[in-house]
Design a protein around this ligand. Structure first.
Ligand SMILES: Nc1ncnc2c1ncn2[C@@H]1O[C@H](COP(=O)(O)OP(=O)(O)O)[C@@H](O)[C@H]1O
Ligand SMILES: [Mg+2]
Length: 1002
């Protein structure tokens, strides 16, 4: 040890975080990683004039004559470490501590408190973090820090130091800058009195019975790192079973081999759009942070998130408690789930499975994810009797009794033990309250303040809520009931918060909410948080405040595509709207109605709109009354109330025709056209559509021009009139140009529908997925269901039956009210079962019939009739074919709808009920009924419908063609139809065929 610097020296201590874990993981390759890390650090230090003083294992001590050079070396070192490709996809994180002192030099090296302090500061850092002492930071104050800046972390009691140390963090642009509290620090501020430490009951360190779950997660992460292919794990279990504890533990253990991004969902009644992604974005920074903070659409957020995840070696992304997630977040997760295998990330989603009823929005997401290849499930079970006994032992509590009471729920068990009562509490609530009762009165008051403000309380807010009682924060924290969060404090568990909140006397609760409202309206930094304000205003029963914040929160949510949250915020405002002027009430009601309509909640949409119409009438506002009646018609159509829809549209016309023609009237004409189109009434649709088009063009009302053009285009396309497609595509283009979201959506829906019905798969392929992405991105659930149903039908027709079942099942995952998609999805499920010879094909087809019949609309009735006829034919039930098709066939003939005529006539012909080819039948059916089976088979093959093609071949008298038909049907898994063909072949004396069992009529 010669040539040591003397005088003022800046020390840099470094250390690899979690080196033991890393060693275990990397095995022999750890040596390689260690050597690379040394090379990188030495290069950075050398570059900035530092000297290596000491090295022990994976830890270094460097000395610099200048503090700014020391900082520059640390910055360069961290950057180079982050950019380096580590063996086996691992991620090596180095913590650093910097301190400036005047050390004593001896032959042995440096000694004195300065070196000790530098070591303690380094020990407080997390992997990837650079901490500096006050001394170093004051030297650096005016220094140029190439893309980095100092971040004051405040005073902390670090281990083995006799006074609190004021520490700073070096935030390096582009690198992680969000870290937990410095290590070894229980809480900021003064060191607690002796004995307090032992009272801490949160024993996250020793999780019982989770080693299997942990190794499953570790294996998944290793697989992700190895193949650079992402995975998503769904972690489920009851509240308090230990999901969060498990995920925390996993992240703590693997924080050095992967970057951790953690987001939690809030238990607000109406959650904040993109809530958990705000946390994630804050840690990740960069483009993702920009997109999320600007309130980007789910699609844009998902894209930015994917890019962020793709930019690193490995990331663990945790989203905790997604049962509370807002709609926009769920949309992001759905997109992520579908594409996760393209990025090296392990996404961990936790949710309470005991809180998901059938109508929960998370259900559809889980259904959609269930089929993705990169998704697996991890169910967290309650603890066993033995584990509970282990928890009970130090407390001298009867283990059997504890297990009996808590059913192995670790949260309940730890609460019950912490309550320290003579008798074990009976419920979680009793346990929590008994534990709270041991606090001093001011600490208990503080606890109550935290309970009213989920998800967490900032310290400034806590001061506003609890005044001097804030001094007792330590007591709450050491009792284990509260815990630190990055921005304040929170209950250790939501169940505990609920128990305390529910036990609050009403007047106390009210006064706390009032205080929270006042404080949050004027936060010390940043813009007021609308969702939280609306929440507290509501809970405080403060009408004027609700009316101020809830509609604003609703508008924000709608803009983000979180339409369910938007609908809920408007409903919240409406509870307090009695005192508003009728006009303002009507406006809120219309917003509420529209958001409910977009999310397929037609009953709620109708109720709100009807009230709005009453207000318009009271005010004598005929124009608005007519316009709302017109909207009413569109909403009524969705749940299949077609008769009432027609009446409402007629009433809208009557009302609006009293006034000089305006855009409302044009829009009412367009709605009439739409309703005629939906009933397959070509002439009516074109006539009304033309009227709408004329008026809207005269008024220069692009929205209605697009509306009418879409309707006319679709009608003509379906009726085989040239130009139809061109009109429809023009209206899409126009809507896109003008940014008319809903009209873009309508055009998409109709393009996809025409592709489905005309069996024009080129058209469908061109628009269907594009349209789905468009609706996903904007949270437009209603139309999403239509597209999923169309997709199901198309997959069925193209012979992809399993995919068809998947798509159809998605329609039922959520409580879909609109009947059109449900009818189509039921038909697909029933037909796949019938064609495969699976049991119970009838019930979905019966369900479809019940929904379709009352509408009297051919597009809903025809597919059900044809499906029932086919099922009857396969079962050899000729009369069944007649019963299924009679009314529908007549209706199709009356309306001249080519595909329904063709399909229905075809089944009747097969059952021997028709001999003639009816006028106007779609070509492949007509060709087949006329006896040209070969040409029909070719046509079906060209269209892309293998099942129909095989059935056409089956009409041949030729053995070769019959054999080909049999092969194709067997390939599709169409057992009943295959049996029919086998029988025909056997009748021709062909041997060696499987025995067919089902009779057939033709
Ligand atoms: N495996 C376990 N062994 C012992 N205690 C546990 C275990 N899992 C959870 N706990 C305790 O139960 C509490 C609740 O767990 P938590 O992870 O918050 O539940 P969840 O997230 O499933 O609602 C934790 O704070 C911890 O004290
Ligand atoms: Mg949890």
């Amino acid at each position: 040890m010669t040539d040591l610097l003397t005088g003022t020296v800046t020390f840099v201590f470094t250390d690899i975080e979690g080196s033991t874990q890393l060693l275990k993981r990397l095995g022999k390759r750890y040596g390689e990683a260690l050597a690379e890390h040394r090379k990188i650090l030495r290069a950075a230090v050398c570059e900035h004039g530092g000297a290596e003083v000491d090295r022990q294992g994976d830890s270094f001590l460097f000395a610099f004559p200048r503090a700014d050079d020391a900082a520059a070396a640390a910055i360069d070192g961290q950057r180079a470490l982050a950019a380096h490709e580590w063996p086996a996809g691992s991620h090596l994180c180095v913590r650093m501590g910097i301190h400036t002192a005047e050390p004593t030099v001896s032959d042995e090296g440096y000694y004195g408190l300065g070196v000790h302090r530098a070591a303690r500061i380094m020990a407080a850092a997390h992997g990837g973090q650079v901490l500096l002492s006050l001394a170093t930071s004051s030297v650096l104050e005016d220094a140029e820090l190439q893309g980095a800046r100092l971040h004051d972390l405040g005073e902390h009691w670090l281990k083995d130091l006799d006074r609190p140390e004021h520490v700073y963090q070096l935030d390096v642009a582009g690198l992680k800058s969000a870290f937990p509290l410095p290590r070894g620090v229980e809480r900021p501020g003064p060191r607690p009195g002796s004995g307090a430490e032992e009272a801490t009951t949160d024993t996250a360190d020793d999780l019982l019975e989770r080693s299997d779950a942990l190794s499953t997660l570790a294996d998944s992460l290793a697989a992700v790192a190895r193949a650079a292919q992402g995975k998503l794990v769904l972690v489920s279990g009851e509240a308090g079973v230990g999901k969060t504890a498990l995920l925390r533990r996993f992240c703590d253990d693997y924080g050095c081999s992967a970057r951790i991004l953690w987001g939690a969902c809030d238990p607000l009644f109406t959650p904040r759009p993109l809530g958990p992604l705000l946390d994630v974005a804050e840690t990740a920074g960069g483009e993702l942070a920009d997109v999320v903070q600007e309130g980007g659409r789910p699609q844009a957020v998902a894209t930015a998130l994917m890019r962020e995840l793709g930019s690193r070696a490995a990331t663990v992304l945790v989203l905790d408690d997604v049962q509370w997630a807002d709609e926009a977040t769920l949309d992001v997760v759905a997109l992520l789930g579908r594409r996760i295998d393209a990025v090296p990330a392990l996404a961990l989603l936790s949710y309470r499975d005991d809180e998901l009823d059938r109508t929960h929005p998370l259900r559809i997401l889980l259904g959609a994810l269930a089929t993705a290849r990169a998704v697996r499930r991890l169910e967290i079970a309650p603890l066993s009797r033995d584990a509970v006994a282990k928890l009970a032992e130090p407390h001298g509590v009867n283990a059997d009794e504890l297990f009996g009471r808590t059913a192995g729920n670790p949260f309940f068990a730890t609460e019950a033990l912490a309550a320290g009562e003579e008798e074990l509490p009976h419920t979680v609530r009793d346990a929590v309250l008994a534990r709270a009762a041991r606090l001093s009165p001011p600490a208990a008051a503080l606890l109550e303040a935290v309970a009213v403000a989920p998800p967490h309380v900032e310290l400034w807010l806590l001061e506003a809520l609890a005044g001097d009682a804030v001094d007792r924060l330590d007591e709450c924290l050491t009792s284990g009931m509260l815990t630190h969060t990055p921005s304040g404090v929170a209950f250790r568990h939501e169940l505990a918060r609920l128990a305390v909140e529910e036990a609050l006397p009403p007047n106390r609760r009210l006064s706390l909410h009032r205080k929270a409202l006042t404080a949050l309206a004027d936060p010390p930094t940043g813009a007021p948080d609308l969702e939280r304000l609306a929440h507290h205003a509501d809970a405080a029963g403060d009408g004027p405040a609700v009316l101020r914040f809830a509609p604003a929160a609703g508008a924000r949510a709608a803009a983000l595509g979180a339409h369910r949250e938007a609908a809920a915020q408007y409903a919240r405002a409406l509870q307090f709207a009695d005192g508003l002027a009728p006009q303002e009430q009507a406006e809120l009601l219309e917003h509420r109605s529209h958001e409910c309509y977009l999310t397929d909640q037609p009953d709620e949409a109708l109720e709100a709109l009807r009230s709005a119409i009453e207000r318009h009438r009271e005010l004598g506002d005929t124009r608005k009354e007519g316009d709302s009646l017109r909207r009413l018609a569109s909403i009524l159509w969705c749940p299949g109330r077609t008769g009432e829809a027609g009446e409402a549209a007629q009433e809208a016309l009557t009302v609006l025709e009293q006034l000089p023609p305006g855009p409302e009237l044009a829009s009412a004409y367009a709605t009439m056209a739409q309703l005629r189109k939906d009933a397959d009434d070509t002439d009516g649709a074109v006539a009304w559509g033309t009227q709408a088009l004329d008026l809207s063009q005269r008024l220069d009302d692009t929205g209605t021009v697009v509306h009418a053009l879409t309707t006319i285009g679709t009608t003509e396309l379906l009726a085989g009139i040239p130009d139809g497609l061109e009109k429809l595509e023009r209206s899409l283009e126009l809507a896109e140009q003008e940014g008319l979201t809903e009209h873009v959506g309508r055009a998409f829906i109709h393009l996809a529908w025409a592709g489905t019905r005309l069996r024009n798969y080129h058209l469908a392929d061109q628009y269907l997925e594009r349209a789905l992405a468009y609706f996903d991105e904007r949270g437009l659930d209603l139309w999403r269901f239509y597209l999923l149903a169309y997709r199901a039908r198309i997959e069925l027709d193209r012979g992809r039956w399993s995919e068809a079942v998947e798509s159809a099942t998605l329609v039922f995952q959520k409580r879909v009210i609109s009947t059109f998609p449900r009818i189509l999805a039921f038909v697909v499920l029933g037909l796949v079962r019938a064609r495969r010879g699976e049991p119970d094909a009838r019930s979905p087809l019966d369900d479809a019939l019940v929904l379709a019949e009352p509408t009297r609309e051919l597009p809903r009735i025809a597919p059900v009739a044809a499906a029932r006829a086919e099922a009857a034919w396969l079962a050899g039930d000729r009369e069944g074919v007649r019963g299924a098709t009679e009314g529908a066939f007549e209706l199709a003939l009356r309306q001249g709808a080519a595909w329904p005529i063709g399909e229905l006539a075809y089944w009747r012909w097969r059952a021997g009920l028709e001999a003639e080819v009816p006028h106007g039948a779609a070509e492949p059916y007509a060709v087949q009924m006329s006896g040209d089976w070969a040409r029909a088979a070719t046509l079906w093959t060209e269209i892309g419908c293998p099942y129909e093609a095989a059935l056409a071949l089956a009409d041949s008298g030729d053995e070769g063609a019959l054999r080909r038909a049999l092969d194709q049907l067997q390939g599709l898994g169409a057992r009943p139809a295959a049996a029919i063909i086998s029988r025909r072949l056997r009748e021709r004396g062909v041997r060696g065929l499987p025995l067919g069992s089902r009779p057939a009529t033709r």
